[in-house]
Design a protein around this ligand. Structure first.
Ligand code: GN1
Ligand code: MG
Length: 350
């Protein structure tokens, strides 16, 4: 049982009446919506997964630097600043519980769990683009790398290959057919490496978790800002664009097991491209602008590899609520990738 009052005390909030409900669907950190004193104040509380984020303080460091930069240069940008702990930091350590971050709950805003229309996809893409654009004058090398090699596709492929040899033998046997399908798609790793070698992608401040629930919307469904900044670090624009494609193009999520429901909605693709470019047009090179489709393929493929690797490694990263969950997620992403590749010509033309 989490000692919530202890955590709140660390943030200088002594509260007697605390109500906390799990919030969102994140796989890595635990998040709660916390109401104190009969709803007098509401917060978002997050426990950082210390197995994934080896140096939780780096997250607070990054967020602090970005907050300062935006406050100086773009004071009207709605930046959700974490609360300061009693030690003056943007996170608190509680003995036996771990590291916590706490954010004010922004009234008159809401987030979405699924994208319901292309307009929302446009707005979200605009917000991720805007975030990177507003920070284009910020020295990206000042940011700490909160998860090394997070979106390093060649490395993810190597880890996948390793897991197909050193992983759980029973699971390897069960997944053999899908493992081979994944290996056949490794031309995407070559493509990625080749682009990286040519220096196609510039390092910028990148969010690295561009799912729809990480965007705040106002009542009129205009995007307000992006949230959940634990994976903000130097990266390529393809990470955010690709992850949006991975999570917005299909009407069903990575959890869906009826794969016939996985389809690519072209109008959502168009919305992502247009929304992102509405902010980033002037920042991206001509070559980068040609990589929107590749971005989708790279990120979907990487996620398929990550889920499969985790399945073969006994779910030690993502965990699993049911037997084979990561296997089915990997298969889902593999189908999504196939659907995407089938539409290559149409989508590249957008
Ligand atoms: C994890 O925790 P969550 O759901 O925001 C993962 C992402 C994956 C995603 C797949 C730090 O994100 O990279 O795309 O699951 N985050 C980390 O659902 O590994
Ligand atoms: Mg996240």
């Amino acid at each position: 049982m989490l000692m919530l009052h202890k955590v709140l005390e660390e943030f200088g909030i002594p509260a007697s009446d605390i109500r906390a409900l799990p919030f969102g669907t994140g796989l890595i950190n635990h998040t709660w919506k916390v109401k104190i004193n009969g709803g007098e104040k509401t917060f978002i509380l997050q426990r950082i997964n210390g197995n994934v984020f080896k140096n939780p303080k780096d997250i607070a460091c990054n967020v602090q630097l970005i907050a300062e930069y935006l406050a100086t240069h773009y004071p009207s940008y709605l930046f959700v600043r974490p609360l300061k702990s009693n030690h003056g930091q943007g996170l608190a350590y509680v003995e036996g519980e771990g590291y916590f971050r706490m954010m004010p709950y922004i009234l008159k805003s809401h987030s979405l769990d699924v994208v319901q229309n292309a307009k929302q996809a446009f707005e979200a893409a605009k917000q991720f683009g805007r975030f990177t654009r507003l920070l284009s004058g910020f020295d990206v090398s000042k940011l700490k790398v909160t998860i090394p090699d997070f979106h390093n596709l060649p490395l993810r492929y190597r880890l996948f290959e390793e897991s197909t040899v050193q992983g759980n033998p029973e699971r390897i046997a069960l997944a053999l057919e899908k493992i081979n399908c994944m290996k056949e798609l490794s031309f995407l790793v070559e493509r990625f490496s080749e682009m990286e070698r040519r220096g196609v992608f510039k390092l910028r401040v990148t969010h690295h978790d561009a799912k729809i629930s990480n965007v705040l919307f106002d009542k009129q469904n205009h995007g307000l800002c992006v949230i959940d900044l634990d994976t903000v670090m130097p990266g390529y624009f393809i990470s955010d664009v690709g992850d949006m494609m991975r999570t917005y193009l299909s009407p069903v999520s990575e959890e869906e097991r009826d794969f016939s429901k996985i389809v690519i909605r072209e109008e959502y693709y168009k919305a992502i491209v247009e929304g992102y470019l509405s902010e980033m047009k002037g920042e991206l090179s001509e070559e980068e602008k040609k990589c929107f489709f590749d971005a989708g393929c790279f990120l979907v493929y990487m996620q398929a590899l990550r889920f499969m690797t985790d399945y073969l490694n006994n779910d030690r990263y993502y965990g699993a609520k049911s037997e084979g969950q990561n296997f089915y997620r990997a298969c889902n992403q593999l189908v999504l990738l196939r659907r995407l590749l089938e539409k290559e010509n149409q989508l590249r033309a957008i």
